[in-house]
Design a protein around this ligand. Structure first.
Ligand code: SAH
Length: 369
């Protein structure tokens, strides 16, 4: 408990086991956690007073030591294709983004795990913003709560609008492991948002120790941002490759799959950059690299942003790349660009990051601004 530091506990971020532990510490029966979770994540209360099946004493103790605080909406935009984007306020004072993508039969929420990102992949606009801070577990699960509330205001199938969550917003989820894990557990818990473990996807640029830790603690779906079929090229696009090269990354994924004890696949994300990694030779190398690796390939045509030097390949060359992989036996999808009229497409999320790394300054200098 952090009550002695004057800071209140961020109750939204407590998963079932953490809440049970807290209640036990308070001398309460652990099953009270179930009641509290329903109030927080099914009925969306904002105060302990509203938890009417909890004793007054416990309510006032909780009000003293804890708070219910979801991220505040600063701005909301809706794309012509139905995609919605919210700008949310982080505790640190910076702002971050969240996107909802409706499709026939499913609704995918793309959540952020950090304000900014420390990894600086060369084609990602979040990276260019530099890094500010980790989001807390409550700020991560709070995004799902904010979205479900906003999307279900006029309907009664409250929890079923968000069917999938992907950690593909701002930040590198595996560099904020301790907050991402409880949030992911709450997404999957029936007393939270009841989303199937196959539909909560953690996407990583390749933080190998994080993948190993993930394997020890949960069984969500895993996506890796590969973007290149060899280390020399990947080093230039995804700098963390210099620390954890492709072979190590794929090994960690194989271990992750082996530990699940059921047949699952890894999603391989591959952003296509015109003339950089989209040539026939790259498709051939990729097909060879991934031989025997249980995966689905997701091709993402590059989404441009101000100041980026890359170009999106033509539709024809995207299709040609896809066809080469399909011919080699891989299930390969092209991720359709959604919400780019409101800058909500992959790699376009920027929020408003008070950079602590001076990276923005460096990029402005390089751009000669
Ligand atoms: N840090 C996590 C989540 C990042 S965003 C990760 O790296 O996986 C989700 C995906 O969008 C990643 O695969 C990322 O590489 C990709 N992406 C980033 N910028 C992009 C851009 N400008 N165009 C297309 N895809 C992009």
């Amino acid at each position: 408990m952090t009550a002695d530091t004057g800071e209140k506990l961020d109750l939204l971020g407590y998963d079932r086991s953490a809440l049970e532990a807290l209640l036990t510490q308070l001398g309460e029966k652990p099953y009270r956690a179930q009641q509290i979770l329903k109030w927080l994540h099914h009925r969306f209360v904002d105060s302990f007073d509203e938890m009417t099946d909890i004793s007054r004493t416990l309510r006032s103790t909780l009000a003293e030591i804890a708070e219910i605080r979801e991220p505040r909406i600063l701005q909301e935009k809706q794309s012509a294709d139905g995609t919605r984007k919210w700008l949310l306020e982080a505790r640190s004072g910076s702002a971050f983004e969240m996107v909802f993508i409706p499709e026939a039969g499913r609704g995918t929420l793309c959540v952020s795990s950090q304000v900014g990102c420390a990894l600086d992949c060369s084609f990602c606009s979040t990276g260019k913003q530099g890094f500010n801070s980790n989001l807390g577990a409550g700020e991560i699960i709070g995004q799902v709560r904010v979205a479900v509330k906003a999307l279900t205001a006029a309907r009664d199938d409250r929890n079923r609008v968000v069917t999938n969550v992907v950690f593909m917003g701002m930040g590198e989820p595996l560099l904020n492991f301790d907050n991402v894990l409880p949030a992911a557990r709450l997404m999957m818990d029936d007393l939270g948002y009841g989303i199937s473990k196959r539909k909560v996807t953690i996407s990583t640029a390749g933080v190998v120790p994080g993948i190993r830790r993930l394997a020890a603690h949960t069984d969500t779906a895993l996506a890796i941002s590969l973007h290149a079929p060899n280390d020399a090229l990947r080093d230039t696009l995804v700098p963390i490759n210099r620390k954890y090269p492709i072979a190590e990354l794929l090994d960690a994924c194989r271990e992750y799959l082996a530990g699940l004890g059921e047949k699952r696949t890894i999603t391989v994300e591959y952003t296509l950059l015109d003339g950089v990694n989209d040539q026939p030779v790259h498709a051939a190398q990729l097909a060879e690299l991934l031989q025997g690796f249980a995966c689905k390939i997701n091709l993402i045509p590059f989404n441009p942003f101000p100041g980026s030097n890359y170009r999106r390949p033509s539709g024809i060359s995207v299709r040609a790349f896809q066809e080469r992989l399909v011919a080699a036996g891989y299930s390969t999808m092209v991720r359709t660009t959604r919400g780019d009229d409101i800058d909500a497409a992959c790699g376009q999320l920027v929020g408003s990051v008070h950079d602590r790394t001076r990276r923005q300054e460096r990029y402005r200098k390089i751009a000669g601004a």
